[in-house]
Design a protein around this ligand. Structure first.
Ligand SMILES: Nc1nc2c(c(=O)[nH]1)N[C@H]1C(S)=C(S)[C@@H](COP(=O)(O)OP(=O)(O)OC[C@H]3O[C@@H](n4cnc5c(=O)[nH]c(N)nc54)[C@H](O)[C@@H]3O)O[C@H]1N2
Ligand SMILES: Nc1nc2c(c(=O)[nH]1)N[C@H]1C(S)=C(S)[C@@H](COP(=O)(O)OP(=O)(O)OC[C@H]3O[C@@H](n4cnc5c(=O)[nH]c(N)nc54)[C@H](O)[C@@H]3O)O[C@H]1N2
Ligand SMILES: [Mo]
Length: 671
């Protein structure tokens, strides 16, 4: 058997390194790669399932087209390329390049993705999306405050005395982080989890705090006020490095009792939390992404971040605010949330853009030209975008659609032509993480099965037929192009990168150790004029109740978190996963269930003005009264469709998607 070191390219914090063994063109074994200090125990269940996934009988191995009757039949690459290139040229000639929609999701992270941008630029531009479904409100909040989105290396958690998992559930979404949490706990650290749900992460906590969804800013500001009032703020640090403290302190009016009313957390627990933080030497607050997918999400993150700022917990070991760590991040895509900054102007002539969060509604405002051709890759918008009814209607209205994917997802099922997408073992790429600092080389270890081609080759072949190939990377030049793309990242040679994951020299073990805050004032900005100017929010961190979009009378807040067995809409179709995971169900609290006369196993109808979904209930005390929980990423044929219930809306900053603002009603389904 041959052995390689590789990396998982899914959109996940962990971006695990692992060892892979091949024989006769097949992948035989996956083992941990211990020297990646962040992910020493190897991949999670999804990583191990690659043994099935890459060779799954349901994987798409050939181009397919839809017949008149709606079935998909296999076609040759020649037919696929000539049909698609013709459609693209025709659309451009008749309606201009903006009549083509280029939609990309987060299905594969790697430098290879840049070839897509190159292709569409060369084409003359396209209609694309701005913003992002995932994390941008929080990215922007951290950037406004600290200037840059970085945090200490993951293994520095071991030095913390107090870890606060605030709206993050790493036991499912970043399993490797729990290794470092466990070490910290062995060293005597306390773990506080702040989450409306009792998650697997909460099972490990010393204290679980369960606020009503969307109210965390009230909690954070009450804690900050208590810390200041009790004389526990670090004034030496504040005087040197923080701008706007006086204004911030003067703006804080919220008492523990008022916060208790808003959040549902008893006032004495809020005081305890403030004392724990204020009296601890080393506090790391780890804030998740779920927390900021609200209309007040950016301001929530700014409010929470004020706590480590006023206690001087930035730039020190065992301390900090861990949201995302872009120290090793080398993808252009990370500039995406910066699309309102000047360098974006360069792209303007090429793109016409609609909001990703409001895709379903904004699509219908596109006129002159309307969309004639849609190209969708690395994403499953029908399942993952809010307002999926509108999304489906939008895609239905497009005369010709190409989807590049590995499986027939709910989105691929709407395509006119499906092109098979590469698997992770089939093309070399360079991968990095938004959590650990490693840059990783992911070699090609087997040939693609069937007639699968990586996107880079697909684009090259299309470009050839459209007289654009001079601008696109040929398959023969691919490896050199890939490695040249990272030559600007210092601290390692190509040989070192080929051998094992490397840490670039720009990465710091302790972020902001040099107190290098690249905000307009050069200080940490509690008061941010930029926040007000760019986003129209209060220049200070503040609490506004989450928007209800006029559905205040509906009793439940809908929560649609991520779960251990999937990455969003991926992996759920595999036998290994289906074999070990219970089918998804609607989780309801015992008191709500009693009130509605509902029991575990009953079927319910969940509804609001956007739509309705039906499914089985699981009654559980893990769910807080007043919320209904169903994971995102479930395919329609498995009873998914939660995004039918979600109103397309943006977060307060960063152009994120406010998925979690949704209110719903529920009732027992009538027989
Ligand atoms: N296994 C697995 N891992 C993944 C993913 C996956 O789908 N599956 N997806 C990857 C991606 S793209 C992402 S974005 C990350 C996301 O991973 P996380 O950052 O962990 O985010 P979520 O799962 O969206 O939400 C985390 C927690 O926030 C809680 N929460 C929701 N609203 C609130 C609130 O108002 N206040 C508080 N305090 N808590 C709240 C939810 O109950 C949930 O337990 O995970 C990545 N890793
Ligand atoms: N209700 C609700 N909806 C949500 C969320 C939520 O919390 N609640 N979370 C949101 C978040 S955080 C995110 S990040 C998004 C994720 O939404 P998407 O970005 O759409 O991600 P996935 O669902 O993982 O789908 C990725 C697709 O890419 C395909 N793929 C994998 N590798 C490749 C490849 O190399 N090439 C190509 N062409 N395709 C490939 C996979 O098979 C899969 O079908 O969902 C969002 N949607
Ligand atoms: Mo995400």
């Amino acid at each position: 058997m041959k052995e390689f070191i590789t990396a998982c390219p899914r959109n996940c914090y962990s971006t695990c390194s692992f060892r892979v063994f091949t024989e006769d063109g097949k992948v035989k074994r996956i083992l941990p790669y211990r020297d990646n200090l962040a992910t020493p125990e190897g991949p999670c269940i999804k990583g191990l399932s690659y043994l099935e996934r890459e060779f799954s009988p349901s994987r798409i191995l050939y181009p397919h087209k839809r017949t008149e009757k709606g079935a998909f039949i296999r076609i040759s690459w020649e037919e696929a390329f000539s049909t698609i290139s013709q459609k693209l040229l025709e659309a451009r000639e008749k309606h201009g390049p903006h009549s083509v929609l280029f939609y990309k999701g987060s299905g594969h992270s790697g430098l290879s993705n840049d070839i897509a941008s190159l292709f569409w630029k060369t084409f003359g531009g396209a209609t694309t999306t701005y913003g992002n479904l995932c994390w941008p409100a929080g990215l922007e909040a951290v950037r406004l405050t600290l200037g840059d989105v970085r945090h200490n290396v993951p293994w520095d958690l071991a030095n913390a005395q107090l870890i606060i998992m605030w709206g993050k559930n790493p036991a499912e979404t970043n399993v490797q982080e729990m290794i470092h949490v466990d070490i910290a706990k062995k060293n005597g650290a306390k773990l506080v989890v702040i989450d409306p749900r009792r998650t697997p992460t909460a099972d490990k906590a010393d204290i679980l705090v369960r606020p009503y969804p969307g109210t965390d800013a009230a909690l954070a500001l009450a804690v900050a006020k208590l810390i200041i009032d009790k004389g526990l703020a670090d004034h030496e640090f504040i005087d040197k490095y923080v701008s706007g403290f006086e204004k911030f302190a003067a703006s804080l009016e919220i008492s523990p009792e008022q916060a208790a009313k808003i959040t549902g957390i008893p006032a004495e627990n809020i005081e305890q939390l403030a004392l724990m933080i204020g009296q601890s030497r080393a506090v790391t607050i780890v804030a998740g992404f779920g927390l900021q997918r609200y209309t007040n999400g950016g301001q929530t993150i700014r409010s929470i971040l004020s706590i480590p700022v006023i206690t001087g917990m930035i730039g020190r070991k065992g301390c900090g605010f861990n949201y995302a760590n872009l120290q090793g991040y080398i993808f252009d895509a990370v500039k995406e949330p910066l699309c309102y900054y000047p360098d974006h102007e360069l792209d303007k002539p090429f793109r016409r853009e609609i909001s990703m969060a409001k895709f379903g509604t904004d699509f219908f405002s596109l006129r002159e030209p309307g969309i004639e051709v849609a190209w969708i890759e690395r994403g499953n918008p029908v399942t993952q975008l809010p307002g999926s009814k509108e999304v489906k209607r939008a895609l239905h209205s497009v005369p010709f659609k190409v989807v590049v994917d590995q499986f027939i997802t709910d989105t691929a099922a709407m395509a006119d032509i499906i092109l098979p997408a590469k698997g992770l073992f089939e093309q070399a790429d360079v991968v990095s993480s938004y959590w650990h600092p490693y840059v990783q080389y992911k070699p090609a270890v087997i040939d693609p099965p069937g007639e699968v081609k990586p996107e880079s080759e697909i684009y090259f072949e299309l470009a050839r037929r459209m007289n654009m190939e001079a601008a696109i990377i040929s398959p023969a030049a691919y490896d050199e192009w890939l490695l040249n793309r990272i030559s600007g990242t210092g601290g390692f040679s190509r040989e070192e990168l080929f051998r094992a994951p490397v840490i670039p020299d720009q990465a710091e073990q302790t972020a902001f150790r040099e107190r290098d805050f690249t905000t307009p004032s050069g200080m940490i900005e509690l008061f941010s004029e930029t926040a007000e100017k760019l986003w129209g929010v209060n220049p200070l961190p503040s609490y506004t109740p989450p928007d209800d979009f006029g559905e205040t009378d509906l009793p439940f807040r809908l929560m649609t978190p991520n779960i251990a067995s999937r990455i969003h809409s991926q992996f759920g179709n595999l036998e290994v996963i289906r074999g070990v995971v219970e089918p998804p169900a609607w989780e309801m609290s015992p008191s709500d269930a009693r009130r509605l006369g509902i029991r575990s196993g009953d079927r319910i109808r969940v509804y609001n003005s956007s739509g309705e979904v039906t499914g089985k209930v699981r009654v559980t005390a893990r769910t807080k009264k007043g919320s209904l929980v169903f994971p995102n990423g479930i395919w329609l044929d498995e009873g998914g469709g939660v995004n039918d219930l979600i109103t397309p809306a943006e977060t307060d900053m960063g152009y994120g998607a406010a998925f979690h603002n949704t209110r719903v009603g529920a009732e027992k389904e009538s027989a």
